[in-house]
Design a protein around this ligand. Structure first.
Ligand SMILES: [Fe+2]
Ligand SMILES: [Fe+2]
Length: 452
C-alpha cells in the first residue's frame, strides 16, 4: 500500500476521487478525519476537520475547517462524484485531547465535539459507520486506498517500524562534533537574530551585507517572489524587496530563507515527512507571533524568531533518533512518555539542551537561548517566561492541530497554569485555534509565510 502515490489531505480541507492508484492520508492529533467509500460506485474521499463549529461567522474560504460547515460540503462532493449515501461506509479517527484528562471539560473537548458533529451528520444522512477510533492521546494516521477502498487507522509513525534499532548514545563530545559538522546558518541571519530583541537594525548596513552574499540575496528574492507573486519575478532587487515588504517582514524573509537549508540537514529522525521540521518551525513562528500580538506580553518579531528556532536541537540529534526510531516509537506510544523524557532516557540528552548549546555558540540573545532550552517546561525560563510560554503554546497547537510533521509528544501537564501565565484560560483555546491562519496547515510552508 505504501508504494502507491500518496495525497496528503491537510487540516481544513477534503479530497474526493474515483477509483485510482492513489492513497489519501491525513495525520490527526486533535483534528478529526472522516474517510468515506462507496464500494458500488467506487468513489472515496477523506475530510480533515479542525474544529466543531465556527466561533463567530466563518469566512467562506475557511468553511472547510469546521465539522458543521465542512460535512455538508464533503457529502455533497461525494454525491456529485457518484456516491450514494445508502452504500457509503465511514471510518472516523482522531479527536485526541488537547490537554491532560484532569483539565478536560466536556465543553472544551474540541476533538470530541468535532467527532460528535461528524457522527450526527452521518446518521442524519443514513450513512453507515464501520469504524470509530477517536479520543485518546496520540497522533494517528488515517489512510484510504482509492483503488480498493481499504481504510487504515494506525498510530503515526507505525509504518516506519520495520527498521532495526541501533541505539547509539551520543556523548557531549559527539554532540559537539555534530554541531561542528553542520552547515551553519549564514552570519547575516545570525546578526539579525542578535538584533531582533532590540529591533535595532541598521538597515543600510544590513542590506550591504546581504548583497555581499549572493546565495542569500537570490534565495530571499526568490522566496519573496514565490510567496507574494506565485513565483513570477516581480521583485528583482533587495532594495525593491525592502520597500515592498517593510523592514519587519524583510528581516523575517531573510531569517526564514537561511533556516530552511539548516533544517534540510536533518534526515528522517524526528520528521515524519520531507521538510516536516521546517514546516513545523515556520508554523510555530506564525502562531507565536499571533499569540504575542494577542497577549501583548512579548515583541512579535522576537516571538516569531523564537518559534522558528525552538527545535533547532532536533537537527543536531536527528541521526541518533533516526537510528533508535523503534525505541522512541514504543516509549511514546506504549509507555505514553513525553518526547523529551524519551530522549533523555534513550539518548541521555534532549533536543532542548542540544539547541541551547547551538544557540549559545551562535551568540544569540539570552531570551532566545532560554526559549529554546525551556520550551517544554516554560515555567523554568526565569526572566524569559513570557516568551517561552508563547513558544510552548504555539508548539502545542502545532503538534495537536498540524500533526504528522514530526515525531513529538508534548506534555500538557499544568496546561491551565501555563495558559494563565499568558492571561488565557482553557475556554480561550477554541478561539486561539480559530485564530491560526488556515495556510499554516497547508502543504507548502511558503503559503504560511504569506499568512504571516
Ligand atoms: Fe521541542
Ligand atoms: Fe516543536
Amino acid at each position: 500500500m505504501d508504494r502507491l502515490p500518496h495525497h496528503h489531505v491537510a487540516s481544513g480541507s477534503y479530497f474526493v476521487g474515483g477509483r485510482q492508484r492513489l492513497v489519501l492520508e491525513a495525520y490527526l492529533g486533535t483534528c478529526v478525519g472522516v474517510a468515506l467509500y462507496d464500494r458500488q460506485a467506487n468513489v472515496g474521499g477523506l475530510c480533515h476537520l479542525l474544529l466543531p463549529e465556527p466561533i463567530g461567522p466563518a469566512p467562506r474560504a475557511e468553511s472547510q475547517k469546521y465539522a458543521s460547515t465542512a460535512m455538508p460540503q464533503f457529502l455533497r462532493a461525494m454525491r456529485d462524484a457518484g456516491a450514494d449515501d445508502a452504500t457509503l461506509s465511514a471510518h472516523i479517527a482522531g479527536g485526541a485531547l488537547v490537554g491532560p484528562l484532569d483539565d478536560r471539560d466536556l465543553a472544551l473537548d474540541i476533538g470530541g465535539r468535532t467527532s460528535e458533529i461528524v457522527q450526527t451528520r452521518l446518521t442524519d444522512a443514513g450513512i453507515a459507520v464501520a469504524q470509530i477510533e477517536t479520543g485518546g492521546f496520540f497522533t494517528c494516521r488515517i489512510s484510504l486506498d482509492l483503488q480498493t477502498g481499504e481504510c487504515l487507522i494506525q498510530p503515526a509513525g507505525e509504518n516506519r517500524l520495520e527498521r532495526d534499532a541501533r541505539i547509539e548514545v551520543p556523548s557531549p563530545a559527539d554532540v559537539d562534533a555534530v554541531i561542528a559538522k553542520l552547515q551553519p546558518i549564514p552570519q547575516v541571519a545570525l546578526k539579525i537574530m542578535r538584533l531582533i530583541e532590540t529591533e535595532d537594525f541598521d538597515i543600510a548596513r544590513l542590506s550591504d551585507e546581504i548583497r555581499k552574499d549572493q546565495v542569500i540575496s537570490a534565495r530571499t528574492l526568490s522566496l519573496c517572489n514565490s510567496v507574494m507573486f506565485g513565483g513570477r519575478r516581480k521583485i528583482d532587487s533587495l532594495d525593491h524587496a525592502l520597500v515592498y515588504l517593510g523592514i519587519n517582514s524583510f528581516v523575517k524573509f531573510i531569517v526564514v530563507s537561511c533556516l530552511n537549508q539548516f533544517f534540510d540537514q536533518s534526515e528522517h529522525g524526528y520528521s515524519l515527512c520531507k521538510g516536516g521540521l521546517y514546516h513545523h518551525a515556520v508554523g510555530c513562528a506564525i502562531i507565536a507571533e499571533k499569540l504575542a500580538r494577542e497577549t501583548d506580553l512579548v515583541k512579535p518579531g522576537l516571538a516569531y524568531t523564537a518559534g522558528l528556532l525552538h527545535d533547532i536541537g532536533k537537527v543536531v540529534l536527528d541521526q541518533y533518533v533516526s537510528r533508535s526510531y523503534p525505541l522512541f516509537y514504543r516509549q511514546l506510544n506504549d509507555r505514553r512518555e513525553a518526547f523529551i523524557d524519551a530522549e533523555r532516557s534513550i539518548l541521555s540528552t534532549d533536543h532542548t539542551e542540544a539547541g541551547a548549546t547551538l544557540a549559545d555558540l551562535w551568540e544569540l540573545p539570552d531570551s532566545l537561548i532560554m526559549a529554546i532550552r525551556h520550551h517544554h517546561h516554560p515555567e523554568n525560563a526565569g526572566a524569559s517566561r513570557d516568551l517561552t510560554h508563547v513558544v510552548y503554546l504555539a508548539d502545542l497547537l502545532m503538534s495537536r492541530f498540524h500533526s504528522g510533521l514530526e515525531l513529538e509528544r508534548l506534555s500538557t501537564s499544568n496546561l491551565a497554569a501555563r495558559l494563565q501565565c499568558l492571561g488565557l484560560q482553557m475556554s480561550d483555546l477554541p478561539r486561539i485555534v480559530d485564530m491560526i491562519p488556515i495556510e499554516v496547515f497547508a502543504q507548502a510552508p511558503e503559503l504560511v509565510l504569506a499568512a504571516g
